[in-house]
Design a protein around this ligand. Structure first.
Ligand SMILES: Cc1cc2nc3c(=O)[nH]c(=O)nc-3n(C[C@H](O)[C@H](O)[C@H](O)COP(=O)(O)OP(=O)(O)OC[C@H]3O[C@@H](n4cnc5c(N)ncnc54)[C@H](O)[C@@H]3O)c2cc1C
Length: 387
């Protein structure tokens, strides 16, 4: 067993860090407080080979591994936390499911622009009455000749104010096997996008409304029965949020450590107080343990599709660590940590969101418990005799 990166991975990490230092670090604070998608960063990253890292080279990707993508997101976040959203979008988000299951025609139409950072894709899964209970979703796709009519509402879709293309989970029929997904373009007839609302992270998202929205049949990404494949793809998305949580925790940890070396109270630097030293020791233990779980999930992933169990464990550990460490860093830096003059409070707010998004801590613990007991627990509370 080897706990170190290979020479190639180390070299890649250094290259990414150098790029982030030279091009992204300077405006990191400003970027963090801008709710719009940073298309300028996306264009730079495309040139740098940081989009589609795990995608096939003949499709415009880099032919790398999921671990390479994890390295990239963490190195970028270390210099500019907000820019890590672009690595997320270009490597972990719905683009990954799209590249895995899209038809050649769909990819020819959209993948090039997405990988070049010219357009961004938004994922519409959640509905007002289907959050954690995602399979209760009601948005429907009804066949009408060579078209489908889409009806329903989606909420909380990341990048929705800026997206040109939306990957929407829909129901073609009843039950789990009735769920699949379609691609809907901004401006499609019957598709309206609500006003942006601001969330704790500072991000803005819009409600998506479909009222007999007509899309051509070739915009179906995964037909009925596609839900399980979508969820397999979603484990990759989870790893991106997992890696960002950890990276934001580390960012805040480093900022607090540097501060504790120089800030003086009672005629001594803060780092000389044992009460704070133990905080740093606890933070380091949490960060290192969560990191090992993340690396296990990423390293064991075969061609980009990691195990649901390892992903769930890694995500819970990194989500909790990211938030707790960033929150502790705010405490250590006092009112400065609480201010918007550093990115420590931003890291805390962002990390908080991923405890809810992409499989909340509680839902993932349910999955872990199912692995422990080797049986399914129906969260709807239906016993085998009910109904
Ligand atoms: C930062 C962020 C980004 C997001 N991005 C997207 C996106 O791009 N696209 C998209 O479609 N959605 C997105 N979402 C929405 C996200 O998927 C949902 O918020 C999530 O599925 C939870 O649903 P809910 O908010 O309706 O909470 P609910 O499902 O109502 O849950 C409320 C609370 O109850 C707990 N709970 C629910 N059921 C159980 C259970 N069986 N056992 C134990 N606890 C339970 C939950 O964990 C949670 O703490 C995003 C959310 C956030 C915060």
């Amino acid at each position: 067993m080897n706990f170190d990166f290979t020479d190639e991975q180390k070299q890649f990490a250094q290259q990414v860090r150098r790029f982030a230092r030279e091009h992204l670090a300077k405006d990191a604070l400003k970027r963090a407080h801008d709710p719009r998608f940073p298309f300028d960063v996306a264009a730079m990253m495309a040139k740098q080979g940081l989009m589609g890292i795990t995608l096939l080279q003949n499709e415009g990707g880099q032919g790398g591994t999921l671990m390479d993508a994890v390295i990239a997101i963490m190195e970028i976040a270390a210099e500019c936390p907000r820019s890590a959203d672009v690595v997320q979008f270009g490597n972990f988000g719905p683009i990954r499911t799209f590249a895995e299951y899209g038809t050649p025609v769909q990819k020819a139409r959209w993948l090039g622009d997405l990988l070049a950072g010219r357009t961004v894709m938004s994922l519409g899964m959640t509905e007002p009455d289907a959050g954690s209970a995602l399979t209760d979703l009601k948005a429907s796709a009804r066949a009408e000749g060579a078209h489908y009519a889409i009806n329903g509402t989606k909420v909380f879709s990341t990048f929705s104010p800026d997206a040109q293309i939306f990957l929407i989970y829909v129901r073609f029929g009843p039950g789990l096997d009735g769920i699949g997904s379609v691609l809907v373009e901004r401006g499609a007839q019957g598709f309206s996008i609500g006003a942006p609302a601001t969330f704790m992270s500072g991000e803005q998202w819009c409600e998506l409304h479909f009222a007999d929205c007509r899309i051509p049949a070739e915009n179906v990404l995964l037909g009925p029965g596609g839900f399980k494949k979508q969820m397999a793809g979603f484990n990759v998305e989870r790893l991106g949020n997992t890696a960002r949580s950890l990276a934001y925790g580390r960012y805040a940890f480093n900022a607090a450590r540097d501060y504790a070396k120089t800030r003086r109270q009672f005629d001594r630097p803060l780092c000389e107080f044992q009460g704070l030293q133990w905080k740093f020791a606890d933070m380091a233990i949490k960060l290192d343990s969560a990191q090992l779980l993340l690396y296990r999930a990423a390293a064991n992933a075969d061609r980009g599709m990691p195990s649901a169990y390892e992903t769930a464990i890694a995500k819970v550990a990194c989500n909790q660590t990211g938030f707790e460490v960033a929150s502790e860093a705010v405490q250590i830096m006092g009112a400065l940590g609480y201010s918007r003059e550093t990115l420590v409070e931003y890291c805390m707010r962002r990390a908080r969101g991923w405890m809810i998004a992409g499989g909340s801590i509680e839902i993932l613990k349910n999955r872990i418990a199912e692995h422990v007991f080797e049986r399914r627990f129906d969260q709807h509370g239906r016993s085998p005799t009910a109904e």
